[in-house]
Design a binder for this molecule. Structure first.
Ligand SMILES: [Zn+2]
Ligand SMILES: [Zn+2]
Ligand SMILES: [Zn+2]
Length: 552
């Protein structure tokens, strides 16, 4: 944890600038409404940060526990621990609303929360007061209109904006991970008061970092770039609204389901929920499913991989299976020892190809993307996950336990004369995967200044070199060196016969085109030249004037 003492004078001046307005840090614990009517508050904490400091003890803090008015579902109970008996004798939200609104009615304050969920739940509770008053025909004493309009800071997306050290490419981060990054300790996670205090401490760390790097010249410009709206008009984070899909993409009702990504190890109920959302995303060809899966991968990849791909038969329109398989791809690549921080792989390397041989038929049988509907990857011309999924699977199987390729891995596991080497053991049942594995090894060899030819030759001798566009390109180049171009061209043509959306086929096509043009140029250069228009040294009738002669 850093303190303001580590700042230079100009940095400290900026820190004072950034913390000139009071921050009110909100955290809530809540449960689901059994009728699907949003969420209901169980506890709420509001912790002020004034002039860059959270005052010790309970000065100015608000903490209330209440009866949500509905039975607490098992999934949320597992998170915050409140039981029906705990809240049975507590008052309802309507009793506490005055205190909550009074605490928020602080001139010039900024509301801070980790993810947009807390503001959403608070707004929904206030809306319910309005609805109840409407139903009885009375004027609501308090309701949504009484909520002070405060700008919002979301500490789950602010670290990315500030490029906080260690944030990497995570557009959103869990409070627990953020604590690890900033060195803040949360003594009681999922208790609203502890979470709010922790979020406050984390906020201070983020603002110190912002001041240290002079990322923003003042608080208004930071708020403008953060762009999370106000308590009256909260905005979705940019990772959900960006990428220019606002017009044609899924509607706001669906987008709001992406507000709380599953970044922690989830309960069975949360996983059910997540899968329901994934199915809806797939039906809508939603581009956020990939992000959701990448965020869920480190903590939940193992738990959701098989459940997710089992949804495939339910998707019957073009573009839908591709969307789902994009999420499967994100699970495979977003977990494992190579991720930061290292996590349990969604698919163990020893099981990868066995798993794939069970799934392959399902994937092949699914509806491909077409002009009637494209998955987000097809829309970005990145190659359909439906066509590319064998690649992450093969990479996992090839790289093995330590997730690296090196000389001993290649010699002891992948290539060699013994029959247990993967190149022999796999090529019968998984010829295309073996071809991709060969390409991985060949590429690694070239990158490490080693000869890739022996591996390509093995693939050619097994006649699997035309099954994979990347390996086919290497094989064509090798064949063109030693044999005639026409032999290489035949290999390329065979490979291109079963071309898919994989962009590597375009490269192979480009290679043949380029080679044909080069061959045509070479043939032209080789051919004997016939001079049809002999050029004269000096056209008849033209003389060079002598510049030294006096001009006439
Ligand atoms: Zn909490
Ligand atoms: Zn979605
Ligand atoms: Zn597609």
């Amino acid at each position: 944890m850093s303190t303001t003492r580590s700042l230079t004078d100009p940095q400290f001046e900026l820190f004072e600038q950034l913390t000139a307005r009071p921050f009110l840090v909100l955290d809530t614990e809540y449960c689901r409404d059994p009728d699907g009517d949003g969420d209901r508050l169980i506890s709420l904490a509001l912790v002020p940060v004034v002039r860059g400091r959270r005052r010790s003890a309970t000065v100015g803090e608000l903490y209330v526990e209440m009866n949500p008015g509905v039975p607490i579902d098992a999934a949320t109970r597992a998170v915050h621990g409140f039981t029906d008996a705990d809240v049975a004798r507590k008052r309802r939200f309507a009793f506490h609303v005055g205190k909550v609104l009074a605490a928020l009615a602080r001139p010039d304050a900024i509301l801070v929360a980790h993810t947009g969920a807390d503001v959403r739940v608070l707004r929904r509770e206030l809306e319910r007061l309005d609805e109840a008053a409407q139903a009885t025909g009375r004027l609501a004493p308090t309701g949504l209109a009484d909520l002070p309009d405060l700008p919002i800071i979301d500490t789950s997306t602010l670290p990315r904006l500030l490029r906080y050290p260690g944030i990497g490419n995570r557009s959103v981060i869990s409070l627990a991970d953020l604590c690890r990054l900033t060195g803040v300790r949360n003594p009681q996670a999922h208790h609203a008061r502890a979470d709010a205090r922790t979020t406050a401490d984390v906020l201070i760390q983020l603002l110190i970092e912002a001041a240290r790097n002079f990322t923003y010249r003042d608080l208004p410009s930071l708020l403008a770039a953060h762009d999370r709206g106000t308590t009256h008009t909260p905005k979705l984070p940019q990772y959900l609204t960006g990428r220019g899909l606002a017009q044609r993409g899924p509607g706001a009702a669906h987008l709001s389901r992406h507000m709380s990504p599953m970044v922690h190890a989830a309960t069975a109920g949360e996983i059910d929920d997540w899968l329901g959302r994934a199915l809806e995303c797939s039906r809508l060809r939603c581009p956020h499913l990939r992000t959701e899966a990448a965020l869920a991968a480190p903590a939940n990849g193992t738990a959701i991989l098989d459940l997710l791909i089992a949804l495939l038969p339910q998707l019957t329109e073009p573009g839908q299976p591709g969307t789902l398989l994009g999420a499967v791809d994100a699970l495979l690549t977003g977990s494992g020892p190579a991720t930061d921080p290292p996590s349990k792989p969604a698919l163990a390397f020893s099981r990868a190809l066995r798993w794939w041989s069970q799934q392959r038929a399902r994937v092949v049988a699914s509806v491909p993307c077409s002009s009637l509907g494209r998955c987000p990857d097809c829309q970005a011309a990145a190659g359909c996950p439906r066509d590319l999924l064998y690649q992450p699977v093969t990479r996992i199987a090839t790289l093995g336990e330590r997730h690296v390729l090196d000389v001993s891995a290649i010699k002891d596991r992948l290539f060699g004369n013994r029959s247990d080497r993967r190149v022999h053991a796999w090529s019968e049942r998984h010829p295309r995967e073996t071809a991709y594995m060969t390409w991985l090894v060949a590429t690694w060899s070239v990158e490490h200044d080693r000869d890739d030819a022996p591996f390509i030759d093995v693939a050619i001798s097994k006649n699997i070199h035309h099954l994979e566009p990347r390996l086919a390109l290497l094989a064509c180049q090798r064949i063109a060196e030693t044999h005639a171009y026409t032999t290489a061209k035949a290999v390329a043509d065979t490979c291109l016969e079963h071309a898919s959306t994989d962009p590597a086929y375009d490269e192979l096509r480009l290679w043949t085109t380029w080679h044909e043009q080069a061959a045509a140029r070479a043939a032209k250069a080789q051919a004997a030249r016939v001079i049809t228009h002999p050029r004269l040294a000096r056209p008849p009738g033209r003389v060079h004037p002598n510049p030294y002669l006096p001009q006439p």
